[in-house]
Design a protein around this ligand. Structure first.
Ligand code: SF4
Length: 345
């Protein structure tokens, strides 16, 4: 077991990552960064569902320059994601990035890294060393896990320059490889870890893989920032991330949805209501359990741990608060009534 509190603390904008601090929800935009309007819109939406740190891909100088505009409109620190060209990292720093993520697989020249570190030091901006299975350097050391070795080669350079504002991620598409790499890294270093799997898959397969892999690491006490990456929208990625954290009691102010799978007893299409309420509650910051159940026979009993719930019949439903039936409602009013009751808490 590891203790999250034993990692070094690293400041990213207004956030302190690592140490006693809770696991921070991170996301990455899917818009093109040079499209300032689309990127700002996406980040504001991500902020509204609880994202605290956002990463944007910087492919060229237009992307790097767009950062200076984007940061004027957003309220969370922005991480510039750089591949191949260290000069884009420096440009991103000049334009207001709060953290730089580099891939040692394609930015590895010592003289380039020195120039970047000098700028990062001046601006007091940390660097994430992002190790991915797709870009591991070709170095052999049978004593070290290959991901840890890739991180070490880079950490050695940064530490030789007396730079220790470092965050590390070690991501594979393979669950076991990701778990092992992170555990081995945490045995050697106290730098905060950003957790994630890479190329995890679509909404369904990626959610399953990420939940298995990231849960194991969280249970061990590892992870200071987290992102679930999926071939789906960034909003879906965050919803999955929040549910994983909540399941480990690592997220406060979260409205949890309890819903039944439905079966032959269900006489009303509850899925439409579940989808609408799910979208609604992800924007709220309060501790609450909401149940949407497919029948009155078992629904109230099965949903009794919820603060608010509706058990549906054919055309009507029973509204219950903390397991007690309050009133009968028309199904057409169900969404509005649920929202009203949620707002009262
Ligand atoms: S609550 Fe009712 S409809 Fe839902 S799964 Fe249970 S028995 Fe079936």
């Amino acid at each position: 077991m590891f203790k999250r509190s034993e990692t070094r603390q690293v400041k990213v904008g207004n956030l302190i990552i690592g140490g006693e601090n809770r696991v921070i929800i991170q996301s990455m935009t899917k818009s093109r960064t040079k499209d300032v309007l689309a990127t700002v819109q996406e980040i504001l939406e991500l902020e509204s569902i609880g994202v605290e740190l956002v990463r944007c891909a910087v492919l060229d100088e237009r992307d790097a320059n767009a950062i200076s505009e984007i940061v004027k409109f957003i309220h969370i620190p922005l991480v510039a994601d750089i591949h191949f060209d260290y000069k884009l990292a420096i440009k991103s720093l000049e334009n207001g990035a709060s953290k730089i993520r580099i891939n040692p697989g394609n930015i590895s020249k010592r003289e380039d890294i020195i120039k970047l570190v000098e700028e990062a030091q001046k601006k007091r901006v940390p660097i994430r060393i992002g190790i991915n299975s797709g870009s591991l350097p070709e170095v052999n050391d049978t004593n070290l896990n290959k991901y840890v070795l890739a991180a070490k080669l880079h950490i050695d350079i940064l530490e030789s320059l007396n730079f220790r504002d470092i965050i590390v991620s070690l991501k594979a598409s393979n669950i076991e490889e990701t778990i092992e790499a992170n555990i081995e890294f945490a045995k050697l270093y106290d730098y905060p870890l950003h957790l994630g799997l890479t190329e995890a898959g679509d909404l369904l397969s990626g959610t399953v893989k990420s939940t298995i892999g990231l849960s194991k690491l969280l249970e061990l006490g590892l992870g200071n920032t987290i992102r679930v990456s999926l071939s789906s929208t960034s909003l879906n990625e965050v919803k999955v991330t929040k549910q994983i954290l909540k399941s480990h009691n690592l997220l406060d102010n979260y409205v949890e949805l309890i819903s039944c799978p439905t079966c032959g007893r269900c006489e009303y299409n509850t899925f439409l209501i579940i989808n609408e309420i799910s979208d609604y509650i992800h924007h709220l910051k309060k501790n609450l359990k909401v149940a949407i159940m497919g029948c009155v026979v078992n629904g109230i009993g099965e949903g009794k741990n919820a603060d608010i719930g509706i058990a549906f019949g054919k055309d009507s439903g029973l509204l219950f608060i903390k397991g007690e039936v309050i009133k009968k409602i028309d199904v057409r009013d169900a969404i509005n009534i649920l929202k009203e009751e949620i707002n009262k808490f």
